[in-house]
Design a protein around this ligand. Structure first.
Ligand code: PLP
Length: 374
């Protein structure tokens, strides 16, 4: 039986890279914000953010989160507020910045941090809140209005937008004009996959200048270190991959959206939505990284994963266990987490990669249908 893998990243091929590699050979500049990095930042700022604010490339999004949190956290704060339904990189980044993660429950509809609960938690913790780190779950276009207010009130906000590069709604690209930091991942498994890499955006250009300094050993103009820095730069080779990926990214996103729509058709033809299967409520255009779906109450995601595996279909359970259940984060404080607990028993991440054909989706949905009776 044909195997359907969970992901099958398909990065740009060597032929597309060659012109850029020749440029590197000629310039003999390999890193330190070289010409390809600069061109990449310019193209992204112009093409995705309408030239408002600024961006900087980083070596990966985890380093990006560490850089962003460390540059803006309140000096006397203790906690980084975030959902537990996220990737381990979010709480890890807070810990590397000397903060403790404080997990807040999510909404049952969009699977992002519950904003009312966040406001209550901010009230309760007061000065102890160092930073808020919402995750735009699975590339969702979350409404940033409340976070903008929180940021303007003096509590810095860093958005973990790891899966969001390319996400748009009627206002434009996700994160555009946000006054805090927005961090995108270019890891191979993300839709804009280049291997390892990332990008930090801010609607406030000065904040990006601070990150550029911090990711280059904290060097000031005269190469004195006058702030806590590290090496978070992107190499010119990686920028070459990113530049050639930009040329095909619209096509990649369209392909991903087409596969997502096949799922929607098949799910509705099989009447699964009325049987308690639920999709994330989302808005705008999303560059789907994979296909998340929650199984009905009473079924367990891990049983369905095993059932699909027997049919040669590889699925995952992002993000189960949720962060507060990981051994390293188990002792950190949290609000009651009933929605996170419930969703983490039901969440499934189904295959979505660009060469999938409609028959693959058909087989997967058929697997879901029969798993219910198993
Ligand atoms: C992928 C991911 C990260 C980490 O990105 P890297 O570029 O691999 O460091 C952080 N947060 C979330 C939610 C992610 O999905």
């Amino acid at each position: 039986m044909k195997k359907i893998p969970f992901l099958r990243p398909d990065l740009v091929k060597k032929e597309a890279l060659l012109p850029y590699l020749s440029e590197i050979d000629a310039s003999r500049i390999y890193s330190n914000f070289g010409p390809l990095n600069k061109r990449l930042e310019q193209r992204i700022l112009n093409g995705y953010f309408d030239k408002s604010g600024d961006v900087t490339t980083v070596s990966n999004a985890t380093i990006g989160l560490i850089l962003a949190i460390s540059q803006c956290k309140r000096p006397n704060g203790k906690y980084a507020l975030m959902s537990s339904f996220t990737f381990a990189a979010t709480p890890l980044a807070a810990l590397w910045c000397g903060l403790e993660p404080y997990f807040v429950d999510i909404h049952s509809d969009n699977w992002c941090m519950n904003e009312e609960l966040l406001s209550e938690t901010i009230q309760k913790l007061g000065e102890q809140v160092a930073v808020v780190v919402p995750y735009a779950t699975f590339g969702n276009n979350i409404n940033l209005e409340l976070y903008q207010q929180v940021h303007r009130s003096g509590i810095p906000v860093v958005i973990d937008a790891a899966a969001s590069f390319g996400a748009t709604d009627h206002k434009g690209h996700f994160g555009k004009e946000f006054p805090g930091y927005v961090v995108y991942s270019f890891h191979a498994t993300k839709s804009f996959g280049i291997g390892e890499g990332g990008l930090i955006y801010s609607g406030n250009s000065e904040q990006i200048s601070k990150i550029r300094q911090a990711e280059n050993f904290g060097f000031s103009q005269n190469r004195d270190t006058d702030m806590l820095g590290l090496n978070g730069k992107m190499s010119e080779y990686t920028a070459a991959i990113a530049l050639s990926t930009l040329e095909v990214y619209d096509k990649k996103m369209t392909t991903r959206q087409k596969i997502y729509s096949w799922y929607l058709e098949q799910l509705s033809q099989n009447d699964l939505m009325s049987k308690g299967w639920t999709l994330q409520k989302n808005e705008g255009e999303i560059p789907y990284q994979f296909m998340p779906i929650a199984c009905p109450e009473g079924l367990k995601n891990i049983d369905i994963i095993d059932y699909l595996a027997d049919r040669n279909i590889e699925a995952r359970t992002y993000f189960s266990p949720p962060c507060h259940k990981h051994p390293h984060f188990i002792n950190y404080p949290h609000t009651p987490l009933p929605v996170t607990e419930d969703l983490s028993k039901r969440i499934l991440s189904l295959p979505l990669w660009e060469e999938m054909i409609i028959q693959d989706v058909h087989l997967i949905v058929e697997g879901l249908v029969s798993s219910q009776w198993h």
